[in-house]
Design a binder for this molecule. Structure first.
Ligand code: CA
Length: 229
C-alpha cells in the first residue's frame, strides 16, 4: 500500500455487524483497497454523500435508515457511486428491490470473499455515472439495472459474463470492437488467459440470441449493427 502509481480504490462499507465489517475492512485493505466503515444507515448516507468513494458495500438491514433507503436517497441526490448491496439469505424480494432503487449489484449473505472482491473490482471499473436505461440494438434489448435481456421480445438467460460481454458490445454498437477491448473491460485487467475466452462467450451469445446478432470482423473484432436488416 506504499505505491504512488495508482491511488487506492476507496470503499465505503456500511454494515452494523461489527465482526463482519471488521473482517471486510481487514480483507479489502489486504487487497489494496482503502476502506472506511459506517455502522448505521445515517452515517453511511452522510459519508457516501460527502466523500468521493469509488464503490459502496451496503448492508440492507441497518439500524436507523435501512440500506435500500440509503441507496434510494443517494440516487435521488444524483450520487452515482456504484453500490453493491448485501442481502439476507433467501432475500429474493430484497434483491429485486435493491436493483430497482438503483443498486448495481448484490450479494447474498453468507458470501464468498473472493466473489465480493471480484464484484467490487468490476463495479469500480464500470465507474459512476447516471444509470442507463435499457439498451437496444436490432431485435435485442438489454436492461443493465434489471439484468434482463430479450431477443425479439423473448427473454434470454445469460450468465453474468455473457451479459457483460453483450452489454459492452451494445454500448459500442456500430463500432468494430477489438477482442482486446472486450477482454480488458469485461475480465479483470490481471486476467492473462488470452482472447479465446472472448470467442467462447461470443459463440455462446450467438447460440442464445441469433447467429447473425454479432458479426465477426476480419482483423479480430466484433460488431453489432443497429441497422442490420
Ligand atoms: Ca445488518
Amino acid at each position: 500500500m506504499d505505491s504512488c502509481e495508482t491511488p487506492a480504490v476507496r470503499v465505503l462499507v456500511v454494515e452494523d455487524e461489527v465482526r463482519l465489517s471488521a473482517a471486510l475492512k481487514r480483507g479489502l485493505e489486504a487487497e489494496g483497497f482503502s476502506v472506511d466503515v459506517a455502522s448505521n444507515g445515517s452515517d453511511g448516507l452522510w459519508m457516501a454523500t460527502e466523500q468521493p468513494y469509488d464503490v459502496v458495500v451496503l448492508d440492507i438491514m441497518l439500524p436507523g435508515i435501512n440500506g435500500l433507503k440509503v441507496c434510494e436517497t443517494m440516487r435521488a441526490k444524483q450520487i452515482w457511486t456504484p453500490v453493491l448491496m448485501l442481502t439476507a439469505k433467501d432475500g429474493e424480494l430484497d434483491e429485486t428491490e435493491a436493483l430497482e432503487i438503483g443498486a448495481d449489484d448484490f450479494l447474498s449473505k453468507p458470501f464468498s470473499y473472493l466473489v465480493l472482491v471480484a464484484r467490487l473490482r468490476a463495479l469500480v471499473r464500470r465507474g459512476a455515472g447516471p444509470r442507463p436505461v435499457a439498451l437496444s440494438v436490432g431485435a435485442i434489448t438489454l436492461d443493465p439495472v434489471r439484468r434482463v435481456c430479450t431477443s425479439s421480445g423473448i427473454p434470454v438467460e445469460l450468465t453474468p459474463r455473457e451479459f457483460a460481454v453483450l452489454e459492452y458490445l451494445m454500448r459500442r454498437a456500430d463500432e468494430v470492437v477489438p477482442k482486446g477491448d472486450i477482454l480488458t473491460n469485461v475480465w479483470d485487467f490481471a486476467y492473462d488467459g488470452g482472447d479465446n475466452v472472448v470467442e467462447v462467450h461470443v459463440s455462446a451469445l450467438r447460440r442464445k440470441l441469433e447467429p447473425a446478432a454479432i458479426e465477426t470482423i476480419r482483423g479480430g473484432g466484433y460488431r453489432m449493427s443497429t441497422a442490420r436488416s
